[in-house]
Design a protein around this ligand. Structure first.
Ligand code: ADP
Length: 468
């Protein structure tokens, strides 16, 4: 039995802004049959406190970064979660990383340093009646965990793993915060957590963790390059032997299509068109469920849109993010009958889109793993993706070799630019209008394994190597 404490800022079903939440939420149940007991530590945001009201106080901390705190133990869908209840850090309105004005909370470095310190203390000081063999830190929010652990443990007894879900977010803090964050001064060097004169929580995690993982093999390779490493590629090349890519899975129960055969999608498509006010059409209905940011390449889709519409395709978008992209998609919906756009975050609508759509589009410039193409595969909603990161690892593109053996599950385009995207959209429409090809692709997609089996076993084996 290996005991692992997963340290995360998001966790489905308690709090979610992106894929990290799905992954952190799915791992404990996926690992349980493999002899891994994973428990999770996460911040006590208002939504998390409300959902774990039945919890019991496991330990009280007199002071944690400027205020009293406690760790509340609760049961969430059969899994044990430890909630860090620190009202001075987490009990506030707005989103979890930003205030009602949309700006990041200025004390974010301190808020997530507190999460990381609490995790290190659970391992090193035996704060609870349960002690992990391994600390599994996710992203910059938990990046300082191994730094604090080293400070607290004289002889190392806890293994550490950092998972990079997205290297674009690095948890940068001003050097003046060094003592506020209770960080050891000697670590503020190029070989430590200093990054061009700033404190970097993600770099700390990379430097001080025993092992580093990211969420797909292709992204693990890309992180070693200046194009994708966002300034940390040199360090990652240095730690190359300790870096692995383990593909994300999806929770097959939570993401179960409401039909067994792709032909039954028809009624869901009709319902979706009616709901969104899209006219009937004999072309494919393409859907997008995404944050609207530069990363996701949706500006390319706006440029490619006239070509898709000219081929008889339609587009339905659900997302929120950059105000310019939001406005551009709203304008496209106003201009074209075949385009529907919903700005916002809506879990129920996301499922209706994936069930009712013919294809799901993910034109990302970079994509560590990507989850919506996996939902697409599971639902027989054929993915069209950029050839990058986890998108490259999860979609079998309809090239002539794959079509010849009947193995294709989607479409890929490269380079990630408008022309290549238009080419792939044309191939998609053509395949859609060739029913024997399209139905075969849908069936292949639905049969492709996208659950956690393989990846959970890889994590379990990795934890085993980390036990001290
Ligand atoms: P990222 O973590 O970069 O945002 P992923 O594809 O890994 O991208 O995960 C995004 C997750 O968030 C998926 O579960 C997706 O369905 C969900 N999601 C993104 N935008 C929305 C939205 N507007 N409404 C509902 N769910 C969304």
């Amino acid at each position: 039995m290996t005991r692992v404490l997963s340290v995360t800022s998001e966790y489905v079903p308690l709090i979610k802004t992106g894929g990290l939440a799905d992954v952190a939420g799915a791992l404990p149940a996926a690992l349980a049959p493999l002899g891994v007991e994973m428990r999770t530590l996460l911040p006590g945001y208002p939504a998390v406190m409300a959902a774990t009201r039945n919890g019991t106080e496991a330990v009280a901390l007199r002071s944690l970064f400027g205020g009293p705190a406690r760790i509340v133990q609760s049961n969430c869908d059969g899994q044990i979660v430890y909630v860090l209840d620190a009202p001075h850090l987490f009990d506030r309105p707005g989103a979890i990383y930003s205030g009602p004005d949309g700006r990041d909370w200025p004390d974010n470095p301190k808020r997530f340093a507190a999460l990381s310190l609490a995790a290190a203390r659970i391992a090193a000081d035996g704060l609870l009646d349960w002690q992990p063999d391994v600390l599994h830190a996710h992203d910059w929010q938990a990046g300082l965990t191994p730094v604090y652990l080293r400070d607290l443990e004289r002889t190392p007894k806890t293994g550490t793993l950092l998972t990079i879900h997205n290297i674009a977010f690095q948890g940068i803090a001003a050097p003046a915060m060094l003592s506020d964050l209770r960080l050891p001064k000697q670590g503020f060097t190029m070989d430590g957590f200093e990054f061009f004169g700033w404190i970097s929580a993600l770099k700390a995690g990379i430097v001080y963790s025993d092992k580093i993982s990211t969420v797909s093999p292709t992204y693990a390779g890309q992180l070693l390059t200046p194009e994708f490493g966002m300034g940390l590629d040199g360090l990652l090349r240095h730690r190359r032997d300790d870096l692995v890519g383990i593909l994300n899975g999806i929770d097959l129960d939570a993401w179960k299509p409401p039909y067994a055969r792709p032909v039954s999608k028809k009624k869901h498509k009709a319902a979706l068109r009616a709901k969104l006010g899209l006219p009937e059409s004999d072309g494919p209905l393409c859907v997008v469920v995404s944050r609207l940011t530069q990363q996701k390449g949706l500006d390319l889709l706006l440029e490619a849109l006239p070509a898709l519409l000219a081929e008889g395709g339609q587009l339905a978008v659900l997302g929120s993010g950059d105000s310019t992209l939001e406005a551009a998609f709203r304008a496209a919906a106003a201009r074209h009958d075949g385009v529907a756009v919903q700005i916002g975050y809506d879990e129920a609508l996301s499922r209706q889109l994936i069930a009712g759509g013919d294809a799901i589009l993910v034109p990302s410039r970079f994509e560590p793993c990507g989850l919506t193409q996996l939902y697409g595969l599971r639902f027989g909603t054929v993915p069209l993706v950029a050839l990058t990161g986890g998108l490259a690892d999860t979609v079998i593109p309809a090239n002539s070799a794959a079509l010849a053996v009947g193995a294709a599950t989607g479409f890929q385009f490269f380079p990630v630019d408008t022309e290549a995207l238009i080419g792939a959209l044309r191939s998609l429409v053509h395949a859609y209008r060739t029913p024997e090809i399209w139905t075969r692709m849908q069936r292949n997609a639905m049969a492709q394994p996208v659950g956690w089996e393989t990846s959970a076993a890889e994590y379990a084996a990795l934890y085993q190597t980390l036990k001290k």
